[in-house]
Design a protein around this ligand. Sequence first.
Ligand SMILES: [Zn+2]
Length: 216
Amino acid sequence: MSIQHHPDDALLSAFAGGTLDSGQHVAIATHLLACARCRNFVRTMERVGGSLLTDVPPAPMSSNAFAAVEARLGEAPPSRPVTPSLPEGETEIPGLPKFVRRYRFGRWNWVAPSVHVRPIELPEPGQTRVFLLRSGPGTRLLQHSHTGVEMTCVLAGGFSQEQGHYGPGDFDLGDESIDHHPVVDADGDCICLVAMQGELRLAGLLGRLMQPFVRL
Ligand SMILES: [Zn+2]
């Protein structure tokens, strides 16, 4: 797996400092599980943070943000047994971390031709919604922007957009200033974990016509 697109240092620092909301935390943790480079960065940040903060009580999540991810690398069993909520046959979505599989999943919902989303219910809901996005081969997603921040982790397949090609493990950050126009690879479905704040804004006439029908 060759990962080309990573969260920036500010996001990784925020993860290490425990200042992300729960949905964004899940998105960054999903990338960290696939990316040794970013894991090393977060580990270093936590060491530096620990030495700077010796006289200051740590923020509630700061001291264990990465430890929690690291524990999941070994996929240590949870303290109490949890039944995976993904139905039989769907537990093997490639690249979906085991810790995410323990959350409760909604149904796959149609949002556009060849595009389905499946909500993931977090134990501590926040401002960020988390869902799986599955797009069929060759799907040209409508050009869109956001009213908030959108984090995307590719789990399987791939897509291309203005910033290059994205494959398994790659991470993308979108905000109000970025217009996305992704095109899914022709050779298979693309499945992503998405953590999205705010609302999606579709561009162009077709987008404006479809906006009332797209429920994201
Ligand atoms: Zn990375």
